[in-house]
Design a protein around this ligand. Structure first.
Ligand code: ADP
Ligand code: NA
Length: 347
């Protein structure tokens, strides 16, 4: 088989939560540890995406460092995986511009987050769905940057959570359009690797996905939370007043979310969430929560101590050195693609 190039990214918008961990990061380490010697792994802290949100320069700098520490704490090994800050490799934005000369505005505006939101009355200015401020071009076009992130490294496999499927399809569309227009099939078509934990829901409102941008802090467990913080969040997780444990995401979103978290961390030999819930059918919801708490704690305890160690002894220097080395490797990978792309279009 052809060697794989595995690429993925995460925004430096805060310490990763359990959704990021189960939906993406756990898979990143697993892929690293199972990769063949000839495979390449490239993981980017996508800071140019993060600036589509409002953030102070101080906070952004801090988040970039915290994300680097988080990625090392979950088990990424900089000797095996290239880990770098996206903005340190300008070819990402250069390819974005080139792709945007071919990308369809119609396709972008049909993506779920914009659908209907952009069909406003005549002369009305499109609005940002979160802030209701006038929509910035970068927030609208960031899927093109995401496509460039992937295509610039000639990625063959991209591990993501379910929320990213549409963006991956768009990245493939960019590659298809480009390869159709220019000779020699300059870009490589990437494949999606969907994480087993497709969508972890908010603990405070299990009808919404767990997200870094949720204003409710008890909606998410951070990978650096203390034992007390984890229990406080799980204990107060929204469930229902039905007796016993069943798996039914429609009727019992809160309980089902806890079962899914459990299943993805320690399936106890069950082959599905339904089967796991059946093993626990006589548990009270409190004992379900206690069990989830034990399992989450066992998983996060070593991650938390590694993170605290990296952040405390770091003072910026060691982590910056790893980012610098990662950027050099990523730059070389990107330069090889830019050469092919520029040649294909006559630049
Ligand atoms: P967030 O949406 O929390 O800001 P990012 O956009 O940085 O996180 O996404 C990083 C990765 O985490 C992506 O691969 C995404 O699919 C995954 N992810 C984010 N939230 C969840 C969730 N609630 N469940 C599963 N995967 C998730
Ligand atoms: Na997201």
């Amino acid at each position: 088989a052809r060697p794989k190039v595995i690429f993925s990214g995460i925004q430096p918008t805060g310490v990763p939560h359990l959704g990021n961990y189960l939906g993406a990061l756990q898979q990143w380490t697993k892929l690293q540890n199972e990769a063949a010697p000839e495979d390449t792994l490239i993981y980017s802290i996508v800071d140019l995406h993060a600036i589509t949100n409002t953030q102070s320069p101080h906070k952004l700098r801090q988040c970039r460092t915290e994300m680097m520490a988080s990625l090392l704490a979950i088990g990424l090994d900089p000797k095996r995986s290239t880990i770098f800050q996206q903005s340190a490799v300008p070819a990402h934005s250069e390819l974005m511009w080139i792709l945007s000369t071919q990308a369809s505005v119609g396709y972008l505006s049909r993506m779920t987050q914009w659908k209907s939101k952009l069909s406003l009355p005549e002369n009305a200015s499109p609005l940002d769905p979160t802030t209701k401020a006038p929509l910035k071009l970068g927030l609208f076009s960031y899927p093109v940057l995401q496509a460039a992130d992937i295509l610039i490294h000639r990625a063959t496999h991209v591990p993501v959570g379910e929320d990213q499927l549409q963006h991956l399809e768009f990245a493939r569309e960019c590659a298809r359009t480009f390869n159709f227009k220019f000779r020699g099939r300059p870009l490589v078509m990437p494949r999606t690797i969907l994480s087993p934990a497709k969508r972890v829901m908010s603990l405070a409102d299990p009808t919404k996905k767990m997200s870094k941008s949720d204003s409710l802090l008890n909606s998410r467990i951070l990978i650096t939370d203390t034992e007390d913080e984890i229990w406080q969040k799980i204990r107060s997780a929204k469930t229902d007043s039905i007796k016993g444990v069943t798996y039914d995401p429609e009727a019992r979103p809160g309980v089902s979310n806890l079962v899914e978290i459990l299943f993805n961390l320690d399936n106890c030999g069950a082959s599905s969430c339904e089967e796991l819930a059946n093993h626990m059918k006589d548990y009270t919801l409190l004992s379900l929560k206690q069990h989830v708490n034990d399992v989450v704690n066992a998983e996060l305890e070593p991650i938390r101590s590694k993170y605290n160690e990296l952040i405390s002894k770091d003072q910026g220097k060691a982590l910056a050195e790893i980012a610098h080395e990662g950027a050099q490797k990523a730059s070389a990978s990107a330069a090889a693609t830019m050469k092919i792309v520029k040649e294909a279009i006559g630049l």
